[in-house]
Write a protein that binds this ligand. Structure first.
Ligand SMILES: *Cc1c(COP(=O)(O)O)cnc(C)c1O
Length: 430
């Protein structure tokens, strides 16, 4: 019998296949060549028919030149940090696409002169929060806090409660970030209780600002007390409030979640927030508040190192001006509506002979905010083995395992994607 390796097509022959040549134009030659080499190796190992090498490469090439893949979030965690936090709205994606080439991000087409960078996004943010005298946008909320500390507390003290020394996740601790700027942290009160007198005793000529940090990923219950922004505003120093989630105005569903408008009205000098949590936009750090302070932040030499790029500005503006982004749609979906979708999906899957049932579920906002808030939801419940199979599907679907079942929580799935979930489950049933 002839050596089967003989029949494996040569690299140059494979790369000349019209499908692979077109893919090389789109993805770059190295990526296609690597896929060709991998397929040839498979054929040599006897795992792939030599006659099908070109077909195999064409069918398995990645859709883009980035290894990042679109994933369906069926975890029931609305803002899932490991899955890229907020998914952008269609309006934001369109804006990113349009701004991706050369664009007038810093250019006035009417006069032909330089214009203020990101003016569209800044105007949209200012319009969304009329109580802010001025606004600025940086890379993320951590960068916003960094800029506050560098600008307002160099060689000075930041006064904050021991109950608000927060770790956000992945080892990121807000007090460490602040201390790294050279500002001194002046901790007041205790883990569970801090009073106005604690703050008043610590505030003096050395104070840069008082910082309020929203405990966005934990709850303290029992014998507790904290001082609100309205009371702290009576002290003669700026109060900076890190609200975390990015709610710009109160949300009736999230009563305990602070929002920018309320805190500015209460007297916060500055509010900082993330763009990719409950705002539902791109990663960004929002700064809103007093005009003189925002100007000082903008002019600080490090501001340049923290600035956002045109894609972020485009997505942020479209998120603020456009239709409600997916995170807010998911947050406000009626429980009956989610349950009806789960029932329909389970019925379709059962019709295909799959062990699928409807299960009550509880969705959460996630590390991005609103700790303790439980959102009634519904899931399609499948045998546990589906969890791994669905992660390997195309597109991957990420659910969660509970009581030895794989739950696909539909609150975090866009209704238009129910079909995609059904097809993925059907395909990985064999
Ligand atoms: C998430 C969060 C941060 C960090 O925000 P990034 O945008 O991820 O840098 C800071 N403070 C609070 C209270 C948060 O919830």
């Amino acid at each position: 019998m002839a050596d089967p390796r003989r029949r494996i097509p040569r690299t140059d022959v494979l790369l000349a296949d019209p499908r692979l040549a077109a893919a090389a134009q789109r993805l770059g030659a190295p990526l296609v060549k690597a896929a060709v080499t991998a397929a040839q190796d498979k054929a040599r190992a006897g795992e792939l028919d030599a006659a099908r090498v070109a077909d195999h490469v064409a069918a398995t090439l990645p859709p883009t030149a980035s290894a990042l893949r679109p994933v369906l979030n069926a975890t029931g965690v609305l803002v899932h940090t490991n899955l890229g936090r907020a998914p952008l709205s269609a309006a934001a994606l369109d804006a990113v696409f349009a701004a991706g080439g050369t664009t007038d991000v810093e250019f006035d087409l009417a006069t032909g002169r330089r214009a203020r960078r990101g003016r569209g996004a800044l105007a949209a943010l200012a319009d969304a929060v009329p109580d802010a005298e001025a606004v600025h946008v940086v890379n993320n909320n951590a960068a916003a806090l960094l800029l506050c500390a560098l600008t307002l507390a160099q060689g000075k003290e930041i006064v904050l409660s021991r109950g608000e020394l927060v770790e956000i996740g992945d080892g990121f601790r807000i007090p460490d970030l602040l201390a790294a700027t050279g500002a001194r942290l002046r901790e007041v009160g205790t883990t569970n209780r801090t009073s106005f007198a604690d703050y008043a005793a610590a505030v003096g000529p050395a104070t840069g600002f008082v910082l309020k940090v929203h405990p966005s990923n934990f709850l303290v219950a029992g014998f507790t007390s904290a001082v609100g922004v309205a009371d702290l505003a009576a002290l003669d120093v700026p109060v900076v409030a890190d609200i975390g989630s990015g709610l710009l105005a109160p949300d009736p569903l999230l009563r305990d979640e602070p929002d920018a408008t309320t805190l500015l009205r209460a007297g916060a000098a500055l509010v900082t927030a993330s763009g990719d949590k409950l705002l539902g936009g791109p990663q960004a750090g929002l700064l809103l508040g007093r005009h003189d302070l925002v100007e000082a932040l903008r002019r600080h030499p490090t501001a340049r190192a923290l600035r956002v790029d045109k894609l972020t500005l485009a997505a942020l503006e479209a998120t603020l001006r456009g239709p409600a982004p997916p995170v807010l749609v998911a947050l406000h979906a009626g429980p009956g509506e989610v349950r009806a979708r789960a029932a329909r999906l389970a019925e379709e899957l059962t019709g295909l002979g799959i062990d699928a049932t409807v299960a009550d579920s509880v969705a959460v906002v996630g590390g991005g905010g609103a700790p303790g808030v439980e959102l009634p939801s519904a899931a399609v419940s499948l045998p546990r083995a589906y969890a791994a199979r669905l992660r390997a599907a195309d597109p991957p679907v990420v659910g969660r395992v509970e009581h030895d079942r794989c739950l696909l929580d539909l609150r975090t799935v866009a209704p238009a994607d129910d079909r995609v979930v059904r097809d993925a489950v059907a395909r990985c049933t064999s």
